[in-house]
Design a protein around this ligand. Structure first.
Ligand code: COS
Length: 389
């Protein structure tokens, strides 16, 4: 019996266009984002000129089709881009993520052609900014428990309720808003996603939340008081909004993992440079086994995390369901990023605790990663449910 010949093997090489994308985003981060990093932290604001440059280079349209002016880089390309953005203050990737990964992504995934034709071109240029309004004071992890209602009146829906912790809520023009259209049906037929103009009399924005970190990226409440939404602004089908929310979050969780990889890689590079320079006991601390073990573990975890992200993105680009992989990526990469920045700070010692190294900022910014876009406990639930199904 003939034994199979040598298999072709897996190709782990990124395509040339994605290598180019990586290089150009890295250059943009170093040239345009790093110089304003401290300013963003100190003022809690991304300068308008920087936002404009982010728009010019196409960051707001990265994952969307070329026909709408997007870069159409696919989920893998988008993850590569977010990995590079992860090397700058988390504020930048947060603003892009709320817009691309979830806010406009819901419209891209499930919106009608008419809605997309009307809005996607201006979303891709960043002329319109989007956000994703699912969470409510009593519906965080239990997303199906939302109370914001949408009642059909003639050719419009009238929306009432409060969404909170909405990233980009302060300056977004439109939101994907998840509403209850049938209280009896819940997640299976009772929730509807609406594409809502936030610059209308029925919508108020709360003050920006005071947060532990992520300065420069704002969250606030969105308060709907008889807000009118044209009936043709339903995203997908009436009653199927929960599925839209979950499918969109699958995308968001994957790219969030990519940002964690980039931030961790950047932290590792800083830790290596510091460990080679810092002399204690007559030699660089990089020669101390305790430090070496930390560096080795960090590098190993990043290697695993990056491969997970790329594999999940590859699955997404093939059109396969990747909910479990997205949950695994989100859980692992965010826990990793938190643990990595903790060890990077440890390697820096006292200077890591000081503002000027920027590491304490990374430490504060990282903490939310295990909470938003679905807590890591929820990710474990999703993984386990899939395993025992
Ligand atoms: N893709 C497609 N369909 C999905 C899906 C996905 N990723 N996830 C769930 N669904 C479907 C299910 O298949 C189910 O329908 P059927 O029973 O007909 O198959 C339906 O949606 C309801 O799902 P489920 O029973 O899992 O709903 P639960 O109320 O138990 O909630 C969790 C599921 C906990 C996973 C969900 O509420 C969640 O993700 N919570 C976290 C919310 C979050 O991430 N918030 C962050 C703020 S927004 S940035």
């Amino acid at each position: 019996m003939a034994i199979a010949t040598k298999p072709e093997g897996l190709n782990f090489e990124l395509p040339e266009d994605l290598k180019l994308l990586r290089r150009s985003i890295r250059e943009f981060v170093e040239k345009e984002l790093w110089p304003v990093g401290q300013q963003v932290e100190d003022t809690d604001q991304i300068p308008q000129a920087t936002l404009d440059k982010m728009k010019e280079v196409g960051l707001f349209g990265l994952p969307f089709p070329e026909e709408y002016g997007g870069a159409d880089v696919g989920e893998l390309g988008y993850c590569v881009a977010l990995e590079e953005l992860g090397r700058a203050n988390a504020a930048f990737s947060n603003v892009i993520g709320a817009h691309c990964s979830i806010g406009a992504m819901a419209l891209h995934l499930d919106g009608s052609k008419e809605l997309k034709d009307k809005y996607m071109p201006r979303l891709c240029t960043g002329e319109l900014i989007a956000c994703f309004a699912l969470s409510e004071p009593n519906a965080g992890s239990d997303a199906a428990n939302i109370q914001t209602s949408a009642v059909r009146q003639g050719d419009a829906y009238v929306v009432n309720g409060v969404k909170h912790f909405i990233t980009n809520g302060d300056f977004a023009d439109f939101a994907t808003v998840f509403t209850v259209t049938d209280r009896n049906l819940g997640a299976r037929g009772g929730i509807t996603a609406l594409w809502v103009d936030l610059n209308q009399p029925g919508v108020k924005r709360g003050p920006n939340d005071k947060k532990m970190g992520l300065y420069g990226s704002h969250t606030c409440e969105l308060i709907f008081n008889d807000a009118k939404v044209p009936a043709d602004h339903v995203i997908g089908q009436v009653g199927l909004g929960f599925i839209t929310a979950m499918r969109t979050l699958d995308m968001g969780r994957l790219s969030l993992g990519a940002g964690c990889v980039g931030a961790s890689q950047f932290g590792l590079e800083k830790a290596i440079a510091h460990a080679k320079e810092r002399i204690q006991f007559g030699k660089p601390i990089a020669k101390q086994q305790a430090v070496q073990f930390m560096l080795a573990d960090i590098a190993t975890e990043i290697y695993a995390a990056r491969n997970m992200v790329y594999n999940g993105a590859w699955k997404a680009d093939r059109g396969e369901r990747f909910s479990m992989e997205a949950a695994m990526v989100k859980r692992y990469c965010s826990d990793m990023a938190i643990h990595v920045v903790d060890r990077v700070l440890q390697i820096f010692g006292g200077s890591g605790f000081m503002k000027e190294t920027g590491i304490e900022r990374g430490y504060r910014d990282a903490r939310i990663l295990a909470i938003y876009e679905g807590t890591n406990e929820i990710q474990r639930m999703i993984i386990a449910e899939e395993l025992i199904k």
